[in-house]
Write a protein that binds this ligand. Structure first.
Ligand code: ZN
Length: 398
């Protein structure tokens, strides 16, 4: 099986999320892995939302999980901007275009073929392919469900999210950022706008002051990890308020998010936000701050120990296959590393994959054909090194 052909087959199967679900693509992956001689297992957390697990046992030794998701973001409003059919992998020179080519059907194809090579060469250890559903919409039917059911047992995991920001294979990303979303509701007094000098500050004007303060907010965060990015604040991802001309606004809502880094604490962040809101709003309005319920309210950041054997194996594999050792870094986005690190205690490399994050989730997503081929060699080499090594101890740093 050629990695480009397998990528093309996966791209051709619609698995937009929210959208069609992963039933069809999972069935294809089951078929492909069976033909390679594996015994795939389907774990369906909800109807039409299957995860596919493959375990290959080559005897006692460390167990490595290779993880990728089977869903894609929706084509969405970008359909007209695609220059090729998003559901048909189109090769032009060294680039292959298609929805999910980078994020992450190409990387998934490379992991499947690397597992095939590993299975033929390995003398010890265990390799797990964890091909998940629902990553692009919160992982509830995917990584979260697998963790809750205790389905993944491994000493370390490599997630094949695309590692290119500017250059392909830009870094070995050990940290995965978290997210904290919250809503501030501001209450003033609705009334006749002709009398505004006699009314409390308009709720929408107060909201504007809050948005400016949030834009300048730098949450406290540890500076200890040299390679970990800073938190970023996205103020006012949604603003609502006001009624009509002539009406002094009595209520406004400002929804914002903070992308967090390892070492940040939920309670500390919430205290800082409350102090910021109290300081930014005029004293004559009331306000309440509400973290979003569920995972949006707090999805924890995660990080792997830089001296963990999986990191050593990854750097050695990069040197062998790419001819260089990429720097260690923090991935800008959130990944399934959060679920597997905190839920299953598995140290994760949050992103080591061909392709570019910068073209994911948008039109004309593409992947380098040479990078895709290198990925097969890289994952096979990495798995070989890790599984042939000693059992790792510890490895989690939170
Ligand atoms: Zn992804």
């Amino acid at each position: 099986v050629d990695v480009l052909d397998l990528t093309a087959a996966l791209v051709a199967i619609d698995s937009q999320n929210p959208g069609t679900g992963e039933a069809a693509i999972a069935a294809h992956v089951v078929d492909v892995t069976r033909k390679l001689g594996f015994e795939p297992r389907v774990v369906e957390a909800a109807p039409g939302r299957p995860n596919v697990l493959v375990e290959i046992d080559a005897g006692p030794g460390p167990a490595l999980a290779l993880c990728g998701h089977l869903d894609t973001k929706p084509i969405g409003d970008a359909a007209a901007q695609w220059e090729t059919d998003p559901l048909a992998l189109t090769v032009e020179g060294d680039l292959a275009y298609g929805l999910g080519s980078s994020d992450m059907k190409g990387p998934v194809a490379a992991m499947i073929l690397a597992a095939d090579r590993w299975a033929r060469e390995a003398r010890q250890g265990r390799l797990v392919l964890a091909l998940t559903a629902d990553e692009e919409a919160g992982s509830v039917c995917g990584a979260e469900a697998l963790v809750a059911a205790g389905e993944i047992r491994a000493d370390a995991m490599v997630i094949a999210e695309p590692s290119g920001i500017v250059e392909p294979w830009e870094a070995v990303f050990l940290a995965s950022r978290g997210i904290a979303c919250f809503e501030v509701t501001i209450t003033s007094k609705q009334g006749h706008s002709a009398l505004s000098p006699h009314l409390p500050t308009s709720a929408t004007v107060a909201a504007a002051k809050l948005v400016i303060a949030l834009a300048e907010f730098i949450p406290s965060h540890p500076e200890g990890h040299g390679y970990v990015a800073h938190p970023t604040v996205n103020p006012a991802v949604r603003v609502e308020g006001g009624v009509f001309y002539g009406v002094h606004p009595g209520e406004a809502v400002v929804a914002s998010e903070v992308r967090t880094v390892p070492g940040m604490d939920r309670d500390v962040l919430e205290q800082e936000l409350r102090a910021l809101v109290a300081g930014a709003l005029p004293p004559d309005v009331d306000w309440s701050l509400r973290p979003e319920p569920g995972r949006l309210g707090w999805m924890a950041p995660s990080i792997a120990e830089p001296r963990h054997p999986v990191v050593t194996a990854a750097l050695d594999a990069c040197e062998q296959v790419l001819g260089r050792r990429p720097p260690l870094a923090a991935y800008p986005g959130g990944t399934d590393a959060t679920a597997f690190t905190h839920g299953a205690g598995i140290p994760c490399i949050a992103s080591l994959g061909p392709g570019w994050l910068t073209c994911a989730h948008g039109p004309n997503e593409h992947i380098g054909v040479a990078d895709l081929r290198a990925a097969v060699d890289l994952y096979a080499d990495l798995a070989q090194r890790f599984c042939a090594g000693p059992f790792p101890t510890g490895g989690l740093r939170t």
